[in-house]
Structures are given as C-alpha cells and as structure tokens.
Design a binder for this molecule. Structure first.
Ligand code: ATP
Ligand code: MG
Length: 304
C-alpha cells in the first residue's frame, strides 16, 4: 500500500484555479495563466506521504531552490517569475510560494549521479552497470564515479517508484535533439552544483531535475529548469567531512524519518496493509534541523 495517509483539501484562493496536489507541492493557475507552486510541509517516505508535517520544510526547500536557480542562470534559465504572495493567499503561503512560467514539461526525470548510492549501487553490485552504463570494477557504496553520469527515469504516479530508462528510450520519447540537450544541461548543472556544494562541506551525490519548454525572449522554444532544484528532497547530500566510501553515508534528508519508520519503535510494517503512523516530536525536530542545516551550509545564511 502507499499514497497519502491524509489527502489534503486544496486551499481556495480567489483568482487561483487549483490544478494538482502533488506529494509535496500544490499547483494553481493564476489569472495571468502562470503557475503558482506552493511547497507544503508534507514529507514522503517509502512511497507514503506521512501524516506528520515537518514545520518550515516547504519554506526551506523553496528558498534553497531559489538560491540555486539564481546561481545557475548562466547555465540554464529557470521558471520562477516572482516569489511575491498572490493577492488573497493565506499568510502561511509566505516563503513557500513561487509564481512560475507555465511550461510544457518534458516527461523525464533528469537524474545526474556523481557517486554510487541507492538503486545505482544495487544495480552496480549485480551487473557492474548503472542504468545500463558500464562502470569500472572496485567501486563501493558511496564511491565517486570516474565521471558523472546521466541516468534518466520516467515519473511515476503517487505511490509508485520512478522507473529508470535508457538514454535511447529518452531519445525515442522526446527526440534525439531534446534528449541530447537534457543530458548536456543536466550534467553541466550537476557539475557546477557539485563543486559549489563541495566547497561548502556537502557532497552532492546525485540529484534530479525537471525541465520544460517555453517561448524564449527571441521567440524560439527554450529549455527551462523547473520544479525544485538541488534540495534535500531531490538530491542526496552527504556531509563532506565524514564522507567515506565503503559504507552508507549519513545524510541531510529524511534519514531519521526512514530509520524511525523502519525501526522497532514505529511498530509499522512497510510491507503490511497499514498506513505509516504519526512521527514523534523528536524525529520531527531533528529532521527539520537537518533541512535547515543543509540550507545554512549551502547558502551561508541561517534559515530565518
Ligand atoms: P514527486 O516530485 O514527489 O514525485 P509530484 O511531482 O507529483 O511528486 P510535486 O513535486 O509535489 O509532485 O508537484 C510539482 C509538480 O509540478 C510536478 O508534477 C512537476 O512536474 C510540475 N511542475 C514543476 N514546475 C512546473 C512548471 N514550471 N510548469 C508546469 N509544471 C511544473
Ligand atoms: Mg516533484
């Protein structure tokens, strides 16, 4: 089983049409036809949106994405038009709301991996490949790859896993030219972000981008970086000072949540029929602190 433990009711705001409730973000369209993205404090783990929010998580992710977007504009344009609160929006939307260009989204999750982890590690252990790309012998959990690789996936519905696909499959779906542009842009942005993060004490092991197309200033269709970017929800961040291949790394994201849920205290069976339980206050506090710490290290400013 999977999905929302409690599916939230969309907030009604005059002038905004509710489009979609994602795992984390709620999407609206404003009267100008732009997209209004509101990042909630929802957290998902093991394919469930948990019943307990992490206070400020949506604000931290929104502010961190904005920071990255602004630092990447020489590599790729981004989708944000404004972070002003739409008229009539609830005060709680402050800091977590972005007005964005409404893009024709490319239906590919553009993943870059510079280190071996997660599903990449599992595949490597079986076949010495990651998403079908051959890798040298001798790599271990959390090893740095000889060069970063583009490992695209297709987006799954809530409760399903994203599915890795080959580069050739991406080319079949979106065309060779767009596929090449996705790969090139994904790897260029990853390389920049990895270097920036490394200087600030974080290993950016891997990350996922979403792109869309819109008409650019010259009237031509341009590729635009969308969604969120380079946050703990879309990336694996490891503390650089304790990075050591050969074992799982501590991380800046949902680790406490996952550990608690899969441990004995939660009383929850991942493979059973029951939805996951509420998180204890301590897990909430520590998780919030991890998100805030990633923000502080990367941007150089404390959150709030
Ligand atoms: P998850 O990211 O956890 O897999 P999700 O993608 O369904 O779940 P959210 O991330 O909560 O949900 O919602 C954001 C949605 O908005 C995504 O479907 C994303 O593709 C879409 N999106 C992001 N930016 C734009 C944009 N500029 N124009 C149109 N759609 C966008
Ligand atoms: Mg998303």
């Amino acid at each position: 089983m999977s999905g929302f433990v409690h599916r939230p009711e969309p907030v009604q705001v005059p002038g905004l049409v509710h489009l979609h409730t994602g795992k984390v973000r709620d999407l609206y369209r404003n009267e100008a036809g732009d997209l209004v993205m509101v990042a909630s404090d929802r957290i998902s783990a093991y394919d469930w949106v948990l019943p307990t929010p992490i206070p400020d998580k949506g604000r931290i992710l929104t502010q961190l994405s904005l920071w990255w977007f602004e630092n990447l504009t020489d590599l790729v344009p981004h989708h944000v038009l404004s972070s002003d609160l739409p008229d009539g929006a609830p005060a709680d939307w402050e800091g977590r709301t972005l007005v964005c260009r409404s893009l024709r989204m490319v239906p590919v999750e553009c993943v870059a991996r510079g280190y071996l982890a997660g599903s990449g590690l599992l595949e490597y252990e079986r076949t010495r490949t990651v998403c079908g790309l051959a890798l040298p012998e001798g790599l271990q959990d959390a090893s740095e790859l000889p060069a970063a690789i583009f490992t695209p996936a297709t987006k799954a519905e809530v409760g399903e896993h994203d599915e890795n696909v080959s580069y050739e499959e991406v080319a079949r779906r979106v065309g060779v030219e767009t596929a090449a542009q996705l790969r090139q842009t994904t790897l260029a942005v990853y390389a920049r972000a990895r270097d920036v993060a490394r200087e600030r004490g974080i290993v950016l092991a891997d990350t996922k981008f979403e792109f869309g197309f819109a008409e650019g200033p010259d009237g031509e269709e341009e590729l635009v970086l969308a969604d969120e970017a380079l946050t703990p929800d879309s990336s694996r961040f490891w503390p650089a000072d304790t990075w050591q291949p050969g074992r799982p790394q501590p991380s800046f994201d949902k680790q406490y949540v996952r550990d608690w849920l899969s441990g004995p205290e939660s009383g929850w069976d991942r493979d059973g029929e029951q939805p996951p339980p509420e998180l204890p206050a301590e897990v909430v506090t520590r998780t919030r602190a991890k998100y805030a710490e990633a923000y502080r290290l990367l941007t150089g400013h404390p959150f709030e």
